[in-house]
Write a protein that binds this ligand. Structure first.
Ligand code: NAD
Ligand code: UD1
Length: 338
């Protein structure tokens, strides 16, 4: 029988793609999601890709009674914990909500896991824990100095999980620090559809390409980078999804805690992304270079060598494929799952 993996936040962007990778690897994903930032119709799409819809429980990861029931009734062998809030600006405006959801939610989950004797946990951290790094590529050993409540909520959970593992060596934990997840499943059936105006670059560019927005505002053209625009490590969401499966397999083999960057190890500028998206879509992306966005870092990318040596994982999909897959999703679903 396929081992059941509880996927909190599994209806969301990265979680839904990870359900595809889990099913392909012979696991049975069980999604727990409160649908606060996702659409239940993703389940039909997942059924079309996987063959059967993953099991789904609508609920909140902070609901201890619900978690206890799930762990009692289901033979859950491990947990991938995506559930959380991720908008940096909102976290500055409403920090307690962020700490409540991201930190308290993770604590309720780990308490329930401890009580149930389930000690395999893959946690969604973020490269945002590095803040403005001294240099790139960033190794996992770099200084941790997140610059906003969202980033601090991730670091708090990382710290707590490190302490938990010290207190109880039976835990098997992977802290995965994602760089910039983009793209969509190659079928074009699932993808990212932010509510309202997108904050992030790739969804904004694809909304310009499909005609939902007039033009991209490039946040700063005077950075000390090759073309003056910000540089990031964009990583295809299916590569990221496969990284979770690799981390889960590693945790199953070996107790302990690992902290891993998941990125490509390569930086791309805003204009590199614009050009790649134009190639992928055959559309012209209108843009205008405006002022820098407050809080933005000029350039960073990750060092993924540790993930490769420990997990045998590395990102295989390049920027062109990220744009082609985003475009297929965007074109087929201009209003998301609606
Ligand atoms: P997402 O918003 O698409 O997915 C998160 C899911 O969690 C949503 O479906 C939401 O409804 C659900 N959720 C939120 N709070 C919940 C709660 N208390 N109980 C149950 N469900 C809850 O976001 P995503 O991009 O898929 O990100 C997944 C995780 O990865 C998050 O923890 C995020 O912080 C982290 N992360 C994301 C990025 C990124 O750029 N997308 C980068 C680094 C880290
Ligand atoms: C943002 C978050 C970060 C999160 C990451 C995940 C902030 C400050 N940081 O990072 O915590 O982990 O998303 O993907 O929000 N850009 C434009 N025009 C736009 C949008 C973005 O020029 O309309 C530029 C940005 O200035 C940046 C690059 O595109 O140089 C990428 O931006 P974005 O997609 O928002 O990601 P990050 O800023 O890296």
């Amino acid at each position: 029988m396929s081992p059941t993996i509880l996927v909190t936040g599994g209806a969301g962007f990265i979680g839904s793609h990870t359900c595809v990778a889990l099913a392909a690897a012979g696991y049975a994903p069980l999604i727990l999601d409160n649908l606060g930032n996702s659409d239940v119709r993703v389940l039909d799409r997942l059924a079309r890709i996987i063959g059967t819809a993953p099991r789904f429980v609508e609920g909140d990861v902070r609901d201890r009674a619900l978690l206890d029931r799930l762990f009692r009734e289901e033979a859950i062998s491990g947990v991938i914990h995506f559930a959380g809030l991720k908008a940096v600006g909102d976290s500055v405006a409403d920090p307690i909500t962020y700490y409540q959801n991201n930190v308290h939610g993770s604590f309720v989950l780990t308490e329930a896991m401890q009580a149930a004797g389930v000690r395999t946990l893959i946690f969604s951290s973020s490269a945002t824990v590095y803040g403005d790094p001294d240099s790139s590529p960033i190794p996992e050993s770099a200084a941790l100095r997140p610059a906003n409540p969202y980033g601090r909520s991730k670091l708090m959970v990382e710290d707590a999980l490190r302490d938990l593992r010290r207190a109880d060596p039976a835990w098997r934990i992977a802290l995965l620090r994602y760089f910039n997840p983009v793209g969509a499943h190659e079928s074009g059936l699932i993808g990212e559809h932010p509510q309202g105006k997108p904050n992030n670059l790739m969804p904004f560019v694809s909304q310009v390409a499909v005609g939902l927005r007039d033009k991209l505002s490039v946040h700063g053209g005077d950075y000390p980078t090759a073309d003056g625009t910000g540089v990031r490590d964009y990583v295809h969401v299916m590569d990221l999804a496969e990284g979770h499966v690799a981390a889960l397999r590693h945790a199953e083999k070996q107790p302990g805690l690992v902290t891993l960057n998941l990125g490509t190890g390569q930086g791309a500028s805003v204009l590199d992304v614009v050009k790649a998206f134009e190639r992928a879509s055959g559309k012209t992306i209108a843009y205008e270079v405006g002022p820098r966005r407050p809080g933005d870092v000029p350039a960073y990318w990750g060092d993924p060598a540790l993930a490769e040596s420990l997990l045998g994982w590395r990102a295989r999909r390049g920027l062109d494929q990220m744009c082609e897959d985003s475009w297929r999703w965007q074109q087929g679903n201009p209003t998301g799952y609606a």
